[in-house]
Design a protein around this ligand. Structure first.
Ligand code: NAD
Ligand code: UD1
Length: 367
């Protein structure tokens, strides 16, 4: 559908804006903070988030806690819309109210286990919602997009490290992973249909860590599914012990190996992607890995976290988790060549920054 558009005269006076969907969430909030900390005043940040997975503001506060803290940290304003990306009318209003130049699209549901029991909700939010966003972008003449993809699109690795030419889509074991893969295929079709589109799909490996201030971080609802927040909650005393899912993988110590990447490095990767939109070679669809290129086992992660926090993290071996691969790590050289991006933070940084956030916010934003 076509939305009303502002006439050119009105637009001339407007400040250029970046729309960040899902900007109140974990990766989104760190990216928003990074952009506000590093960009000039000639750009504004507009966030759309339905707050389904972010901490709601206290009564009387309009903005989610993560964004309120970022405004406090940076002294800058974030334009916030509490709305769902599937709400076409509301999305049109956002594009009418701001001179959006490009979109960073984080908004999605991301709990792998839940996606198995609620596939329709996941395809609705992640695939249908993404199509709705693209329609609204097209109607407003906005064709630049950075998409939050995942190394999960590679499925079971056929070779390591995983580079961007590795096949995608085969052997995906859950609707969440498939929704990321489907969105990439949709974006390829979109770029093939109209040369105006420039899409950079960033395939994150395992995001961990927190802002070095310790004021924003990952705040999972309920018991964490992912390793790092689970370890952090054991260290802070919220959970009793870590269950190590499998100790008989063909790895250094039998436990699963992953490429953990600091969320601040990811934020820099998004800024690098935005900078590419000025280059003509960045039209069309580009998938780019964001990882460190180094894998660590579960027990190496436990040891690193104990060293950073000075706390013991009790663990015991449990059965393998269904759908888990043994080893996963990135070839991150394309990001270096094209975005000029390299993960700079070490495993010790990832653990220290997670601990600074977790120890000062044992119950996340609700602390
Ligand atoms: P998150 O849940 O913390 O953030 C997502 C945000 O999107 C939340 O604030 C949520 O309220 C919002 N949202 C969800 N559905 C929405 C909708 N329909 N309309 C508007 N807002 C909506 O997740 P995250 O870890 O920050 O992940 C961000 C993106 O990165 C997601 O697309 C995710 O699939 C992708 N990703 C994450 C990881 C990871 O481990 N964190 C790894 C690879 C890829
Ligand atoms: C998971 C998701 C993947 C998603 C990624 C995002 C699954 C099957 N996959 O992958 O789709 O893109 O997160 O970062 O959920 N582990 C434990 N005990 C725990 C938790 C995890 O031993 O309590 C182990 C896992 O077996 C794995 C490693 O820690 O070897 C990392 O697990 P996790 O953080 O869940 O990430 P992924 O498995 O890579």
């Amino acid at each position: 559908m076509g939305g009303d558009t502002l006439n050119e005269d009105k637009r001339i006076d407007m400040t250029r804006a970046i729309l960040v969907t899902g900007g109140a969430g974990y990766v989104g909030s760190h990216t928003v903070a990074y952009l506000l900390e590093n960009m000039g005043n000639d750009l504004e940040i507009v966030v759309v988030d339905n707050l389904i997975n972010s901490y709601r503001s206290k009564p009387g506060q309009k903005k989610p806690e993560s964004l309120r803290i970022i405004e406090d940290m940076t002294g800058k304003t974030i334009h916030f819309y509490n709305c769902d990306i599937r709400d076409v009318q509301a999305m049109h209003r956002v594009f009418q109210n701001h001179l959006i130049e490009c979109v960073i699209h984080f908004a999605a549901l991301k709990a792998v286990g839940e996606s198995v029991t609620k596939p329709l909700e996941y395809y609705q939010a992640n695939v249908s919602g993404t199509c709705t966003l693209f329609e609204v972008m097209r109607d407003h003449g906005v064709h630049k997009l950075v998409y939050s993809s995942s190394c999960t699109v590679y499925g079971e690795p056929q070779r390591l490290p995983l580079d961007e030419t590795h096949p995608t889509g085969a052997g995906l074991t859950n609707p969440y992973g498939r929704s990321k893969y489907f969105c990439e295929e949709i974006m390829k079709d979109l770029c093939a249909s109209d040369k105006k589109w420039s899409v950079i799909s960033l395939r994150y490996f395992n995001p961990v860590g927190a802002h070095p201030s310790g004021r924003i971080g990952e705040d999972p609802r309920g018991t964490p599914n992912n390793l790092m927040p689970y370890i952090a909650q054991v260290a802070v005393g919220r959970l009793e012990e870590l269950q190590v899912f499998g100790s008989d993988y063909p790895t250094v110590d039998g436990t699963g190996v992953r490429d953990y990447v600091h969320v601040q490095d990811l934020a820099e990767g998004h800024a690098g992607a935005l900078a590419c939109f000025n280059k003509t070679e960045f039209t069309g669809f580009h998938a780019i890995n964001l990882g460190t290129g180094t894998g660590y086992s579960v027990l190496q992660m436990v040891a690193a976290f104990e060293a950073a926090s000075g706390k013991r993290v009790p663990w015991r071996v449990a059965a393998r988790r269904a759908g888990d691969v043994a080893v996963n790590y990135a070839d991150a050289s394309l990001a270096a060549r094209t975005l000029g991006w390299r993960a700079r933070r070490t495993l010790a940084d990832m653990c220290a920054d997670t601990w600074r956030w977790q120890s000062t916010h044992p119950h996340g934003y609700a602390t």
